[in-house]
Structure formats: C-alpha cells, structure tokens
Design a binder for this molecule. Structure first.
Ligand code: C5P
Length: 225
C-alpha cells in the first residue's frame, strides 16, 4: 500500500512560531511519532512525506533512521494542493493510496492496516468517530441556526484511503470548479461517490492547539491506556 503524509502546514493555531510537526514531544518531534506509528503498520510498502521545501532538512533529520525510507514531495499552499502534489508524485504502479495527516501522531497501526484491508472492497474509506457533543450550525453573526441530529454525525479522521485514479480525477474536478476542502473524502461526497466509514478511536486526535500536546504526551507515556 502506498502512503502519503501531508506535513506542509504552518500550524498557526498552535502559535509555536514554526511548523507544529517540528515541535518537541517527549524528546522527539511530533512528525517522528507519526512516522513511527506508520512504520509499525504491516500493510505499508511506500511512504511519501509532503513538506514545504524550506523545511525539508529539518523534517527529514527529525525522523532520524526513517528518513532513508521515505520519499520527499514538495507541498503547496493548502492541504488540498499538497495532497494533489503527492498524488502526482506516486509511482506509476500505485493503484491505492492511504493519506494521513502528519499532525495525527497517535494513530493506531492496526487501524491503518484495517483501512488498507477495507480498501480492497471499497473505492474510498475513512476513519471516523461518533460525535459525542451536540453540534450547532452557527450563522456569521454567532447565532445558532440549527442542530443536526447527533445520531448521524461522525468526526472525520485520517487515514483516508482511495483508488488513486479516482482521487486524482476528483482533485482535477475540484481545481476546475474552485472547490476548497479540508479532507479528501469531501471531494468524493461532492461528486456523489461513496465513502465507507471505519470506526476509529478517540485517541487519534489531530494535534492542533497547545492542549492537544498535553493529551499526546499523556498517551505517549501510557501507550496501553
Ligand atoms: O491545518 P491542519 O492541521 O488541518 O492540517 C492538516 C494536515 O495537512 C497537517 O498535517 C498539515 O501539515 C498538512 N498541510 C499540508 N499543506 C498545507 C497545509 C496543511 O500538507 N498547505
């Protein structure tokens, strides 16, 4: 299975003054832990890391011995553009791809393998968890418009897996139609193409704000929790 890791963000919400993937987490960088989990999955054969060219040395050095086992791909201005660059850099024989945010360093390798397995039967799969909060749709003035039924709400995570040709096609349509989305499954939905949900775990958080770093530290120190 081919694997792409978008790692080209600036991490402005972390307010660390640098790419959040380069932040120290228990003596290693955040991206190191993500890569370590991915290498622990048995279904992965090829890994591409998508980063900003000016951070190439820092990112690759920080993943230590894994750096000789990954391919480097230059990222774009948005996550969507970064993934599109990644898709265009896959080896010609890549039929399926799993895409995983560099910022989700607590991903369970067994769930990565589960996504790979489900991709044998489906064109698109994503990890997601049932939403436990009541979610509000809010207007631009800050007033509630509606409350969607919680039973139908899931929080999307990564990995997200796709047939490469189909995802490339979706990205090209998105460029033509000026769609800007925050995950790849959104493109499939807009095209009415099916995406299968695989139940993930609540541990697989996207490190976004300083509080997420505290949660990640707790889990890294208690791997069986
Ligand atoms: O900003 P956010 O945390 O939602 O980004 C999700 C992932 O996409 C992160 O791992 C980030 O590094 C990556 N990204 C990217 N290229 C961008 C913006 C974000 O690869 N231009």
């Amino acid at each position: 299975m081919h694997f792409l890791i978008p790692a080209a963000g600036s991490g402005s919400r972390m307010k660390a003054g640098k790419n959040k993937l380069l932040i120290d987490l228990e003596g290693e960088t955040l991206i190191y832990w993500t890569i370590k989990s991915i290498f622990a999955a048995s279904s992965i054969s090829w890994i591409g890391i998508i980063g900003q060219p000016f951070e190439k040395k820092l990112l690759l050095n920080s993943i230590k011995h894994f750096c000789n086992k990954v391919e480097w791909i230059n990222g774009g201005e948005t996550r969507q553009e970064s993934v599109f660059n990644g898709l265009n850099s896959l080896p010609k024989d890549a039929e399926k791809v799993l895409i995983h945010d560099g910022a989700r360093c607590l991903v369970n390798p067994e769930l990565i393998d589960k996504c790979a397995l489900e991709l044998e039967e489906n064109d698109a799969v994503i990890l997601a968890t049932k939403v436990t909060d009541t979610i509000k749709m809010v207007d631009h003035k800050g007033f509630i418009k509606e409350t969607p039924n919680r039973k139908n709400l899931w929080a999307a995570q990564t990995p997200q897996g796709f047939l490469v040709d189909k995802l490339k096609k979706a990205h090209k349509i998105a460029i033509d139609k000026n769609w800007l989305v925050t995950d790849d499954a959104s493109l499939f939905e807009r095209l009415n193409w099916k995406v299968k949900i695989i139940e993930g775990d609540y541990k697989n958080i996207k490190i976004t704000s300083p509080i997420d770093l505290k949660i990640a530290k707790m889990f890294l120190n208690n791997p069986n929790y």
